[in-house]
Design a protein around this ligand. Structure first.
Ligand SMILES: Cc1ncc(COP(=O)(O)O)c(C=O)c1O
Length: 417
């Protein structure tokens, strides 16, 4: 068996419609400045698929800070990994600021959230340790757990009864091996938009004795009174032992951080392989992140604007009878009934005839015959954008109910790879 021949026609479940969908459903090219209005295949579209929650991507102060840092440092500096030659006082300063914001002793930067989370999990655990985690955890958590050779127990998404029965098994297993217990959940679940039940989990902490790590990629900057995230929102900043945030969403940047006790950051800095054996975050990303963090802390109006748009969009959709699931965050899923063919036709209709660009999720990410359109409201949207979108969704939903999308297949819109 030749490896190339084997993989050529096996694109995995995400690539099953690659030939029909490339350039349209997969890898679409949005053009123009990042904003709620961009261009897709030459036509203007109202965009609902960017995690630019606070509208910072094109905030003038952010653009200025990014540009000045790039002018001063270029994109090369610093050269090397943090441990060898890539440490700077700016990296340390950003870490101090992030730790203070999260009310933790210390923080450490991560080059990408994904790689960081994999290595955090890898660094914390050995074969004796036992993990309990939510079934809808992000790929970075699941991939981190792939490196774990000890036991793990999964509980159905946010099901606290099952959580207790799993943590009981886990406690027993850890007692047998002499290992520790780690619980991992997301703060905001990025697909359905509901919050990890941190309070619910923490009520078992004393009884079973575990450490709690949360991935709050979508919650950092958007949730909580000051934007410190889902743990602030639920009033449990102290109970969360390790807080993970990503810069790719509300911060409109790249990278992330982990905040926890100083003694743990020290260990992580010597053990996280994705950080030790990789180049340090470039200076403009670090200096740009400081500006973004400053704006998150000093401009509550950005978060207020985001939530004005979120509330208008979510209540407007609910009033029109749409099922938007259990979201408690800006992430807004819209659930419709239909298969792949209907899903693609709806998306194409929205893009071509209503000028609305959103992402679509189909089986196996959601159950068979469920279509999930996913909208990400941001502070860069307007209330007119919301009105336009709700009215388009109403028309499209009527079309779906009237069978308009039941006859065609996947519209032949893809480019050739
Ligand atoms: C929940 C969650 N965790 C981690 C990540 C990874 O972050 P990054 O894009 O910085 O690698 C993402 C981003 O997709 C995410 O949604």
């Amino acid at each position: 068996m030749d490896i190339f021949e084997k993989v050529e026609n096996n694109l995995g479940h995400l690539g099953q419609f690659a030939n029909e969908g490339y350039g349209y459903y997969y890898f679409p090219k949005l053009e123009g400045e990042i904003s709620s209005h961009m261009k897709f295949r030459g036509k203007p579209v109202l965009v609902w698929s960017l995690n630019n929650y606070l509208g910072l991507a094109n905030h003038p102060e952010v653009r200025k800070a990014d540009t000045e840092a790039t002018r001063q440092w270029g994109l090369a500096a610093p050269m090397g990994a943090r441990m060898m030659s890539g440490q700077t006082k700016y990296h340390e300063q950003l870490e101090h600021e992030l730790a203070a914001f999260e009310k933790k002793e210390s923080a450490y930067l991560l080059n990408y959230g994904y790689m960081g989370m994999v290595s955090i999990i890898d660094s914390l655990l050995d074969r004796r340790d036992v993990v309990v985690y939510d079934s809808e955890s992000h790929a970075c958590i699941l991939d981190g757990l792939r490196l774990h050779i000890g036991k793990r127990f999964v509980y159905p998404h946010n099901d606290m009864e099952k959580f207790e029965s799993q943590i009981k098994h886990a406690r027993k297993a850890a007692d047998e091996t002499g290992g520790g217990l780690l619980v991992i959940t997301e703060g905001v679940f990025g697909m359905p938009g509901d919050l990890g039940n941190l309070k619910g989990i923490l009520q078992f902490k004393d009884k079973y004795g575990f450490r709690l790590l949360i991935d709050d990629a979508h919650g950092f900057g958007t949730m909580g009174k000051s934007g410190a995230g889902t743990s602030e929102e639920q009033g449990v900043m102290d109970g969360v032992d390790m807080y993970f945030g990503a810069f790719a969403k509300a911060m409109a940047g790249i990278g992330g951080f982990i905040a926890t006790e100083k003694r743990i950051i020290k260990t992580l800095s010597y053990k996280m392989r994705s950080q030790i054996f990789a180049k340090s975050l470039p200076m403009p990303m670090v200096i740009g992140a400081m500006k973004r963090l400053e704006l998150i802390q000093t401009r509550p109006e950005l978060r207020e604007k985001l939530w004005t748009i979120v509330r208008a969009l979510q209540s407007g959709l609910r009033e029109k009878g749409f099922d938007i699931g259990k979201t408690q965050s800006p992430v807004t899923p819209v659930f419709l009934q239909g298969g792949v063919s209907e899903a693609t036709q709806i998306v194409a209709d929205l893009r071509e005839n209503f000028g609305i660009f959103c992402s679509v999720v189909i089986y196996p990410v959601v159950p068979k015959n469920v279509i999930m359109l996913r909208l990400i409201p941001t502070a860069a949207h307007s209330l007119e954008d919301v009105t336009q979108t709700i009215s388009a969704f109403s028309e499209v939903s009527n079309n779906l109910n009237n069978g308009k999308y039941s006859t065609g297949g996947i519209p032949p819109v893809g480019d050739v790879y």
